[in-house]
Design a protein around this ligand. Structure first.
Ligand code: T1G
Length: 648
């Protein structure tokens, strides 16, 4: 059955694309559209409505075709043909018209959106720029600075903004198709609009342009595509349509062959392959309506907010009512922030509160389907909590721990039915960070695993399955990164050099800055906890302990690895003297490292730890590791992840 069909609605031809799941502009879709265009050019309907079946208008070119041989008709050729049609073409947009979908809509003479429709040019997220006229047609339809914003940020806009900017002609009040047919009839009675490609581009003075572009590309860090998108739109302003189209295509093809685009396309699909397990095929998850959270601290409140914002009912339990009230206040702080930023309405904010209660009696949890503990990171405390949960909750309730390194097999063994215990490791702030490590203990039941994965979907988290070990995937790799950075200090580097190297590599901040932010006392407590089991043969760097013993824990004490006189990190000569004296005390001749050497040492240790994680079966694939590192610690997406960089 063709993925493109045409029906007549009176004298309006309605062309429908039906290519699930997102109507990507595959070769079959492009060929189907070309055939529909040829046919309607012959049959001469009054006008044509272009619509899509399923959940969304065309969400882009088919990314899966990028690494395959090119297949005619190409999207640019098809869009030029549609734009030259002798009758009006009306794009009826619902869902998300993205990338090639937005460009297809631009090739049409009119555009009408459902009220909930979104439209954008997210190609930069794949290391690309629009490759079928988006950077040329858009600035000829809307303000060029707004056109540049869509191309550079990759962020879609809603129907209201699209209409305000002139990208949509209208928003459908009722049924989208009916409204589109009415618009088509109206357009049929009017002179044809001049194709965008034939229109002169507006003038934008260089100073205004430069100021806008530097703001829009400020967050690009080491990613090239936002800058390339800016240059492509500038080309569109400086050349006529056809010439600009040629320049855009050349730029697109160059980027499509770039390592950054390969990495970004890899991580795009990697994020859609993780969180699946053969164990849960055909296994129904348990019900998930009522969630219990034990602990109202930062993590507990963040998890509660994430669950509330996803429509779940939440009960927070703390050790007494004062602590419960404090936890509730933290949850309100988050929800109030969402309200202030316009992310939720007043009504939604109030409805969320109606779904939330904070108490101190475990007996309140009798109806909870899933309870997540986020209490103090101490095994005895956790076991007490699980014993209380076992007594209070219904037997089919799933019991989860948010521990970031304790042995979940041991926690599970402390209850009668260990098959109901799973790890749900959130990253702080839990209502914002996308990654959720689902830690799989040995005794876990398949339907409990399915329930954990379903929970991740409901709270819109990115689930990665991890085996039980110290630190699971994320913190285990970061611990190896931290150890290697300490070794580098003894071997000759200074904190600011290591941090500068890793910032230039693309990390959001250096490891020493990060530790100062989190508090050096956290790592110190972990090292003391592991002291008894640390292999005597393991190289141990005393420098961080020496800093902690002086009571210097980072930002919160005004100094740690760095000094924080006015809140900004500056080099601390006493720390650097301590580092140099430690090398001498250990008889190490310090050496000067280049930035590349520092990056290589750290990337190498991440890759070695990742290889061990794979060989131990803690992670099932390199995608699990790369998705974790990109989403938990800001490993540069445009590099794909430490394991992608290592090669297949
Ligand atoms: N091509 C192929 N498959 C795609 C796809 C695409 N463009 N977009 C999504 N999928 C698959 C995805 O892999 C998953 O597959 C399923 O659809 C559901 O996706 C010429 C060159 C549209 C907002 O960058 O942002 O056009 O796992 O899980 O959360 O200038 O998908 O089910 O087998 O993400 O509801 C530009 C990318 C392409 C949009 C839906 N377009 N997609 O999100 O579902 S380049 C994009 C998304 C381009 C032109 C250039 C999201 C979504 P499976 P999902 P979702």
């Amino acid at each position: 059955m063709s993925v493109v069909t045409t029906q007549m609605h009176g004298d309006i031809a309605v062309v429908t694309i039906d290519n699930p799941p997102v109507n990507a502009a595959s070769q079959a879709v492009r060929q189907g559209l070309m055939n529909a265009l040829m046919a309607t050019e012959k049959s001469k309907p009054a006008a044509v409505v272009l619509t899509c079946a399923g959940r969304t208008f065309v969400a882009g070119a088919d990314i899966r075709e990028f690494d395959k041989p090119f297949l005619e008709p190409g999207l640019p050729e098809l869009l030029n043909a549609i734009e030259s049609a002798t009758r009006p073409w009306i794009a009826a947009i619902h869902g998300t018209a993205l990338g090639g979908g937005c460009e297809l809509a631009l090739a049409c003479s009119h555009r009408i959106g459902a009220a909930t429709a979104k439209i954008g040019l997210p190609e930069v997220n794949l290391g690309l720029i629009p490759g079928a006229g988006g950077t040329v047609r858009l600035p000829r339809l809307i303000d060029p600075i707004d056109a540049a914003r869509l191309a550079i940020t990759g962020k879609p806009i809603g129907a209201r903004e699209a209409t305000k900017l002139g990208l949509f002609d209208a928003i459908a009040e009722g049924d989208l198709l009916e409204a589109a047919v009415e618009l088509a009839k109206d357009a049929a009675d009017k002179p044809m609009r001049a194709p965008l490609l034939t229109r002169a581009a507006p003038e934008v003075d260089q100073a205004t342009w430069d100021a806008a572009i530097s703001k829009l590309t400020a967050k690009a860090r080491g990613q090239n595509s936002p800058h390339e998108a800016a240059a492509a739109v500038r080309d569109a302003l400086d050349h006529d349509g056809p010439a600009a189209l040629k320049l855009e295509r050349e730029r697109f093809m160059r980027l499509k062959g770039s390592p950054q685009s390969a990495a970004l396309r890899y991580i795009f699909f990697a994020e859609r392959t993780v969180g699946k397990s053969p164990r849960t095929k055909g296994v129904a998850p348990r019900p998930l309506a009522q969630i219990g959270i034990i602990g109202g601290g930062t993590m507990g409140a963040g998890i509660a907010a994430a669950a509330l914002l996803s429509g779940l009912k939440v009960q927070m339990i703390e050790r007494n009512q004062d602590a419960a009230n404090a936890g509730a206040a933290r949850v309100e702080g988050i929800l109030g922030g969402s309200l202030k930023r316009g992310l939720i309405t007043e009504a939604k904010h109030d409805a969320l509160h109606a779904n939330f209660e904070a108490a101190s009696d475990y007996a309140e949890l009798g109806e909870a389907d899933l309870v997540i503990e986020a209490v103090f990171e101490d095994m005895d405390v956790k076991k007490e909590v699980f014993a209380a949960l076992e007594a209070a909750c219904k037997p089919e309730a799933v019991l989860a721990t948010n521990t970031s390194y304790l042995d979940i097999n041991e926690i599970a063994a402390s209850v009668k039915d260990p098959s109901r215990v799973v790890g749900l490791h959130f990253f702080s702030p839990a209502h914002i960070m996308k990654l959720l490590e689902i830690v799989v203990p040995e005794a876990l039941a398949d339907d409990v695993l399915a329930t954990a994965i379903q929970f991740a979907k409901i709270v819109r988290k990115l689930p990665v399955l991890a085996g039980v070990c110290d630190g699971f995937i994320a913190n285990r790799i970061m611990s190896s990164y931290r150890r290697e950075a300490d070794y580098l200090l003894e071997d000759g580097a200074l904190p600011y050099e290591v941090d500068a190297a890793m910032r230039n590599f693309g990390m959001p901040m250096g490891i020493f800055e990060m530790q100062d932010l989190a508090g050096l006392d956290i790592g110190w407590a972990a090292r003391k906890r592991r002291a008894a089991t640390r292999p005597a043969s393991e190289r141990y760097v005393d420098i961080p302990d020496r800093i902690c013993k002086q009571g210097n824990f980072g930002r919160k004490t005004g100094r740690g690895w760095y000094l924080y006189d006015d809140g900004k990190p500056t080099r601390d000569p006493e720390v650097e003297a301590l580092i140099i004296s430690e090398s001498a005390r250990k008889g190490i001749t310090r050496k000067k490292f280049t930035e590349e050497e520092l990056m290589a040492r750290i990337l190498g240790c991440m890759q070695n730890e990742g290889a061990a994680i794979l060989s131990e079966g803690i992670a099932a694939s390199r995608e699990d590791i790369d998705v974790t590192m990109v989403n938990a610690f800001g490993f540069p997406r445009w590099k794909g992840g430490p394991m992608f960089m290592k090669g297949a």
